[in-house]
Design a protein around this ligand. Structure first.
Ligand SMILES: Nc1ncnc2c1ncn2[C@@H]1O[C@H](COP(=O)(O)OP(=O)(O)O)[C@@H](O)[C@H]1O
Ligand SMILES: [Mg+2]
Length: 304
């Protein structure tokens, strides 16, 4: 009997490169902002920040889709205490279409789960397969205010294809030198491939005092001096025992502990993001995201 991985390989093998690029479809009914959360190093708090930012926006009545694009180590569903029946793996197997795997969660926040368990085949998609996966996401016309994409860590092609297609990048780091080095490495790669990228740094697990701000400022100075690139520090999130409890209890702090220091900080980060005037370029970022993805890879989608 074929196992799932074998089925997936066969399905992927059937997907021939497209001869012609598809025309770009009108995607937007209103402005949809795409925020991509990434980091140089793993374990710096990306997923927790992505989930809680998404909840903060959703609580204000915004229509938000959270996409778990960490295909190697998917865990957004775990952080939300959900056990999705279907995830992206089922889409790639051709068993479900994307619309069928969107999970309604708290405050109207919608989630696309990547599937837990670190499925190797998903993490190892080649460019064409990744293209199809991205196209599927952007062919959904969900009338969203915001899409938040939680990516894996580091400079793999999988992570970069999401990061480079986005216009707004939230780069999470901790104040530790190793995390800062890796964050700078990520900034360098993003800069090399896309000079116009907007990078905002979030320093997580900050201890009281100035250390975290200083850490963020180091990245700003390095980027200016060596890359002539302007990045900014969006803010800091303190190291907070409530965050550990929230992870253990699978209840995000924006739901379980709104007055905790980390929840308040993340809510403030969301305020700040909303206060940034959306320039034309960013304002149409879902359209340009889709266009960039199409330009980069081209192709028709499957599964719906
Ligand atoms: N602000 C914080 N304070 C304390 N612990 C944190 C904080 N943010 C994250 N953590 C801890 O770090 C772990 C990794 O966080 P996670 O969001 O999964 O990181 P990533 O997605 O970057 O790999 C969490 O399980 C939690 O224990
Ligand atoms: Mg994560």
């Amino acid at each position: 009997m074929e196992d799932q991985a074998e089925k997936l390989r066969k399905l992927m093998a059937q997907l021939q490169p497209p001869l012609e690029r598809e025309p770009i479809r009108p995607m937007l009914q209103k402005t949809t902002r795409v925020l991509t959360v990434t980091s140089g190093k793993g374990g710096v708090g990306k997923s927790n920040i992505a989930v809680n930012l998404a909840l903060s926006f959703a609580k204000r009545g915004l229509k938000v889709l959270l996409i778990d694009a960490d295909m190697g180590l998917a865990n957004i569903d775990v952080l939300l205490g959900l056990v999705p029946q279907f995830n992206l793996f089922h889409v790639l197997l051709g068993e479900k279409n994307l619309k069928e795997i969107i999970i309604p969660t708290f405050y109207g926040l919608q989630l696309i789960a990547a599937g837990s368990g670190g499925i190797k085949e998903l993490a190892n998609l080649d460019e064409m397969q990744r293209n199809r996966f991205l196209n599927l996401i952007f062919e959904l016309n969900l009338n969203l205010d915001m899409i938040i994409i939680d990516t894996g860590a580091g400079i793999s092609r999988n992570v970069l294809s999401f990061v480079l297609a986005a216009q707004e990048i939230l780069l999470v780091t901790t104040p530790e030198p190793t995390a800062l080095m890796d964050a700078y490495g990520m900034i360098k790669v993003i800069h090399m491939e896309q000079k116009s990228a907007r990078i905002r740094v979030i320093v997580n697990m900050a201890s009281p005092g100035q250390e975290a701000h200083e850490a963020g400022n180091k990245l700003v100075i390095l980027s200016k001096r060596f890359l002539n690139m302007d990045i900014e520090v969006l803010g800091t999130v303190p190291r907070d025992a409530e965050m550990l409890r929230a992870v253990r209890e699978q209840k995000p702090i924006l739901l379980s502990s709104v007055a905790s220091a980390s929840a308040v900080s993340i809510h403030q980060l969301a305020n700040q993001l909303l206060s940034i005037p959306i320039s034309e370029e960013v304002g149409t970022s879902l359209g340009s995201f889709f266009r960039r993805v199409t330009e980069l890879f081209g192709g028709k989608s499957f599964g719906n």
